[in-house]
Ligand binder design. Structure first.
Ligand code: MN
Length: 493
């Protein structure tokens, strides 16, 4: 499918939305970027704070090798260049939850350079998003405003936790594409094991840059919406922001480059501060840290250890199991879904397995808002159901009933089929008796079928009516192929 332009109709014509994202992904590391303090979530305030994290005088940061490896791993997973020389800089600004008075980040020389990823849009097309860079930096602490009416407290547990800031090119053209991009990025990070992708805990959050322009015109001035931490909020914030900018421009105004905050309750963005340029931060190389020089062999060793990534998995599912592109993409994007599917498909008709996994099971879980880990039907049980369809013990229609009972009772498919007597009837004698009875009771329809056939209709409409009646009479259990053959024979067609 083609990428269709997403245009917003204004009072004076159409507008195109241009977006680029800066995603902050917390490195899945048990200790911080420059200290040995724990990164465990949910601890009592200020219990995971070393002298370095509190920025006490005389402290010296020591780079965490594991975090460096995770950044390289991520860069390789984003098909990006790894820079064998990178450097840590001080980004100076004052904020109550930043005790150093500067953030250690990478400015001129990030550890990861340019890359690109392929993103599947919900509409079924694929687009490419360029990655400008990935750099390592420290997270800040947290100000707590709601414990005391007259005071603000600060919790430094998160101060110094390692973040990978992943900066995209402005290649995103709609709010839905922005969400699809973050989804894809998240699935790559989870597959790599470099970030747990837990957006509720703030371990993956996006700064969303939005501008608008007339289709094909140069880029407009952008605004950045800070720290958006759900797919839905990314879409809502971007849509609101684009429309806000369009209204200003159509009113003859101009967009001020600024940083804005999204208020999810009101569904609005509001101004936080006018956007700083890089020179406002007075970046300079951190004199406490040597440049980070990597050995090419070290990078290659990490490359050799990469797991199968979602895109590779998708390609394999298409080649190995003959899955449709879209189904393969949906399953491959999620490690748990992939493992579940491969268990169901093992030694079975893979397309049939994929249909049951994606349409029926995932459909049910989505509707109920359940995670796959909470599925009432295991991969083994679903495989058992697929077996019964494949060996013609039950029809696909009866299988849906059986599936509903499996969900309700947690029983295996064969147990339900035997107890409820749901086996498909292939015994021709039993089917013949039903066919005879229905033909005898409906002479008018018999005449109709014969008349339609005489008029040259290869498949008379009235024939379908008979099939329906017979299936109904058999409780849906008659083998449809046998019904057709017997019916034609009895009608003398
Ligand atoms: Mn940052």
């Amino acid at each position: 499918m083609m990428r269709t332009p997403y245009l917003i109709a204004g009072a004076t014509g159409d507008w195109e939305v241009v977006m680029g994202l800066e995603v902050h992904a917390q490195v899945a590391s048990r200790s911080k970027l420059f200290s040995g303090a724990s990164t465990a979530f949910g601890a009592d305030p200020n219990t995971h704070v070393s002298l370095v994290d509190a920025a006490l005088p005389g402290m010296l940061p020591v780079l965490n090798r594991f975090c460096v490896e995770q950044a390289i791993r991520t860069g390789l997973g984003l098909n990006a260049a790894i820079n064998l020389m990178s450097r840590f800089d001080r980004k100076n600004y004052f904020y109550p939850d930043l005790p150093q008075g500067y953030q250690i980040s990478q400015y001129k020389h990030p550890i990861v350079g340019e890359g690109a990823i392929e993103v599947e849009a919900d509409d079924g097309y694929v687009f490419t998003v360029g990655i400008e860079r990935l750099h390592l930096e420290q997270d800040a602490g947290k100000s707590i405003h709601d414990l005391d009416p007259n005071a603000t407290f600060v919790d430094l547990n998160r101060s110094g936790v390692a973040l990978m800031e992943i900066v995209s090119r402005p290649d995103i053209r709609s709010p839905a594409e922005a969400a699809a991009y973050v989804k894809k990025l998240r699935s790559i990070l989870i597959a790599l094991g470099t970030c747990d992708g837990d957006m509720e805990k703030g371990n993956l959050r996006a700064d969303v840059n939005v501008s608008v322009r007339r289709p094909g015109a140069p880029y407009g001035t952008r605004c950045e919406i800070k720290n958006v931490n759900s797919f839905r909020f990314i879409m809502q914030a971007a849509e609101y922001e684009a429309r806000r900018q369009i209204a200003i421009l159509e009113d003859g105004g101009q967009i001020d480059q600024e940083t804005r905050l999204y208020n999810a309750e009101k569904g609005e963005t509001r101004s936080m501060r006018s956007k700083e340029d890089a020179h406002d931060y007075r970046y300079f190389p951190d004199p406490d840290l040597l440049p980070l020089v990597l050995d090419a062999a070290f990078v290659e060793k990490i490359r050799a250890s990469l797991p199968e990534l979602p895109d590779q998995k998708r390609a394999r599912f298409i080649a190995q199991y003959g899955l449709k592109d879209y189904d393969a993409g949906v399953i491959a994007a999620d490690a748990d879904k992939s493992a579940f599917f491969e268990k169901v498909a093992a030694g079975r008709d893979a397309r049939l397995a994929a249909n049951w996994v994606t349409q029926e099971l995932f459909g049910y879980l989505n509707k109920e808002g359940l995670d796959l880990s909470a599925s009432p039907v295991s991969a083994e049980q679903l495989g058992g159901l697929v077996d019964l369809i494949a060996n013609a013990t039950i029809s696909g229609k009866i299988a849906k009933e059986v599936f509903a009972r499996m969900i309700a009772s947690g029983e295996a498919a064969d147990v339900i089929v035997e107890r409820e007597g749901l086996r498909q009837v292939t015994d021709t004698g039993a089917i013949e008796a039903v066919v005879d009875a229905i033909i005898a009771a409906n002479p008018a329809q018999v005449d109709q079928v014969r008349a339609q056939r005489a008029q040259g209709h290869e498949k008379p409409k009235a024939l379908g009516w008979f099939v329906g009646q017979i299936m109904k009479e058999s409780g849906g259990k008659a083998n449809p192929q046998a019904v057709n053959e017997i019916l034609l024979k009895k009608l003398g067609l």
